[in-house]
Design a protein around this ligand. Structure first.
Ligand SMILES: Cc1cc2nc3c(=O)[nH]c(=O)nc-3n(C[C@H](O)[C@H](O)[C@H](O)COP(=O)(O)OP(=O)(O)OC[C@H]3O[C@@H](n4cnc5c(N)ncnc54)[C@H](O)[C@@H]3O)c2cc1C
Length: 420
């Protein structure tokens, strides 16, 4: 059986792991970037290296003889989905959700306003966003959203160079962040502290941030009454208890402000963002001046070829993972982009089971045909051995106290490979 998996994030690797347990199944992983691992490399925060440990498991899958890697091949741009569908027994789209959702307010397109896909991509060295140059000269930064991605963005903006030791942030970005003029970071939520989607461990990290006090723009007495409510959900209660501790934190010159019950109304400024108008619960208009506004409000799928989107327009339309013919989907490409890395495992295993039960093996020499197509189209792919070489070089290029110095540009990576 010949399977093409498109993408190399967690969903792709969980599926590849399951497929490859059967030695008669050959798996070709096709990835648009030269590096594998999807959002584990380009989404998970650089100071959350423990989370990135899952890469060790993914590497064990890559090591298998019946798993191949074709990096630097963008499906539907470089190679059509039709070609893969014709030459493989099944094609599994595990392409994730790389686009930012829109706020749909005036001024959203102004310079200095970024979706978190771009901003996080920038600090993580994603080749599509590594040249972003966010304006860190702004005194105030506004982050819209009350999920963990908003916390990641705030923490990376707030931490000092020393606090980022042990991370894989690049030297270039570390220097830019160290020279940042930001001294107030607003984390804006439309709803209140009870509705915030933060997880407790991410919230607790703010107790340790060295240069910033953490303020809660919410009456403490009301917060305490929520905590004392016997019907409150345990997860929510634990978050509220952390918020409660924030009221007592020592006053520092810089501040992170959890600004609840604020509706973004408009981003103003000429071509560049100068600030944001918001409405509070009483309908009063408020104004925060800022040249750096980050929208951490969720992700949607970038359309692939002419595949139909779900009615929400956020992910690919499928019948429980089956798109059409021998094409299937899983992970964030196939459903709302929520949940942690491990959430993708169950869904990947289900789709593998389905594919193995409905597809009859008939396609031969799929890998050879893909290689031939790549050569004939004058594309350059990165093999798993070449990725291993790049991986080692990234580690050995690392600054003292850091984990690796990522390549953030495919041409540089290809040049390095020529010399090694
Ligand atoms: C900012 C951020 C931080 C996160 N932090 C955590 C965390 O700390 N802990 C945690 O458990 N979870 C975290 N998550 C969630 C986790 O990253 C996701 O659940 C998971 O990555 C989704 O896996 P996926 O394989 O479906 O998609 P992805 O990880 O996005 O992988 C999709 C892959 O497909 C590739 N691709 C896309 N289009 C094409 C194409 N046309 N051709 C070839 N390849 C293509 C992409 O380059 C990518 O490699 C975070 C998510 C975000 C956005």
């Amino acid at each position: 059986m010949n399977i093409a998996i498109i993408g190399s994030g967690p969903s792709a690797f969980y599926a590849a792991q399951s497929f490859s347990n059967d030695e008669k199944v050959n798996v070709d992983i096709i990835e648009k970037f030269f590096a594998p691992y999807g959002l584990v490399r380009y989404g998970v925060a650089p100071d959350h290296q423990k989370t990135k440990n899952i890469i060790k498991l993914f590497n064990r899958v890559l090591e298998k003889d019946n798993v191949n890697f074709f990096g630097n091949i963008n499906v539907s741009k470089d190679i059509s989905l039709d070609f893969l569908s014709e030459n493989y027994d099944a094609v599994l789209l595990a392409t994730g959700a790389s686009e930012d959702k829109l706020l749909n307010i005036e001024g959203e397109e102004k310079v200095g306003v970024y979706g978190s896909a771009k901003f996080v991509g920038w600090y993580n060295g994603n080749p599509e966003h590594s040249n972003l140059k966010p304006n860190l000269n702004s005194k105030n930064a506004i982050i819209i959203g009350n999920g963990n991605v908003a916390l990641d963005c705030a923490r990376i903006l707030a931490k000092t160079k020393d606090e980022l030791h042990g991370s894989d942030i690049s030297q270039k970005n570390l220097n830019l962040l160290s020279n940042s003029k930001i001294d107030k970071i607003y984390i804006v939520g439309r709803r209140g502290p009870k509705d915030a989607k933060f997880t407790i461990s991410e919230l607790r990290e703010f107790k340790e941030v060295k240069n910033y006090s953490t303020l809660i723009n919410f009456p403490r007495e009301t917060l305490k009454s929520f905590i004392n409510d016997s019907k409150i959900d345990t997860r929510v209660k634990k978050n509220l208890e952390v918020f409660d501790e924030f009221y007592n934190k020592d006053k520092k010159t810089k501040e992170i402000i959890f600004d609840f019950f604020k509706h973004p109304i408009e981003i103003y400024g000429d071509q560049k963002a100068e600030g944001m108008k918001l409405k509070n619960q009483n309908g009063e208009l408020l104004d925060i001046k800022s040249n750096l506004i980050i929208k951490a409000i969720g992700y949607k799928v970038k359309p692939i070829g002419n595949l139909q989107m779900d009615k929400s327009n956020n992910f690919l339309f499928s019948d429980n993972g089956h798109i059409n013919k021998n094409i299937f989907t899983t992970g964030w490409a196939s459903s709302p982009s929520v949940g942690v890395i491990g959430t993708n495992k169950g869904r990947a295993l289900e789709i593998v089971k389905k594919i193995l039960s409905v597809i009859i093996h008939s396609k031969k020499n799929s890998t050879e045909k893909l290689k031939e197509k790549i050569i004939n189209t004058k594309l350059v792919f990165i093999s798993k051995d070449q990725w291993k070489t790049l991986d080692k070089i990234e580690e050995s290029n690392s600054m003292p106290h850091f984990v690796r110095e990522k390549f953030d540009n495919v041409n540089i990576a290809l040049d390095v490979l020529k010399k090694n």
